[in-house]
Ligand binder design. Structure first.
Ligand code: SF4
Ligand code: SF4
Ligand SMILES: [Zn+2]
Length: 157
């Protein structure tokens, strides 16, 4: 394995897992070289406006600060907006927020993060892979030849 020059899996923490199940550590907004987004759970400074105004992160049930994850605690789960987001991500990126939330509910967020580190580490260079891109941002290794790079946006919401 070549030495990594990209962002490393050790950066992935539970705080980077958004309430909707998105792993912000895999987002092109988080992984890009400049103007990196700090992730959904951070303060809005540095976030793109589409994530500041995301219908899920601004959901009144989440805004009260009582729910850690949509899938763990909300009695409306999975609501229409979450299902729409999940459908788009399944189709375009081969990743499912609902599956993530189900795993978090079953094993807890810390074990989920451990699994994600294994799943999304580039086997060629050891950097974090980006869910929005077919190839590793650092070395070009193609992890997903069937999707990604299709959506002009680079965000979850
Ligand atoms: S752009 Fe949105 S999905 Fe991407 S890291 Fe920022 S908050 Fe998370
Ligand atoms: S699942 Fe519940 S908490 Fe999450 S966005 Fe929908 S209504 Fe809000
Ligand atoms: Zn790589």
């Amino acid at each position: 394995m070549a030495k990594s020059e990209g962002r490393l899996p050790t950066l992935m923490t539970s705080r980077l897992i958004a309430p909707c199940g998105m792993n912000c550590a895999l987002c092109s907004g988080y992984l890009r070289a400049k103007k990196q987004c700090p992730g959904c759970r951070a303060a809005d400074d540095g976030k793109p406006s589409y994530c500041v105004h995301c219908q899920i992160s601004t959901c009144e049930r989440l805004a009260k600060g009582e729910l850690a994850f949509c899938g763990s605690d909300c009695d409306a789960f999975p609501c229409k907006r979450l299902k729409q987001l999940d459908k788009r991500y399944r189709a375009k990126y081969g990743m499912s927020m609902l599956d993530n939330l189900e795993t978090i509910r079953e094993i807890g967020v810390d074990k989920f993060v451990a699994k994600e580190k294994t799943r999304w580490t580039c086997p060629e260079c050891g950097s974090l892979l980006c869910v929005h891109k077919t190839g590793c941002l650092t070395c070009g290794y193609v992890w997903n030849s069937g999707s990604g790079d299709l959506w002009e946006g680079n965000h979850a919401c």
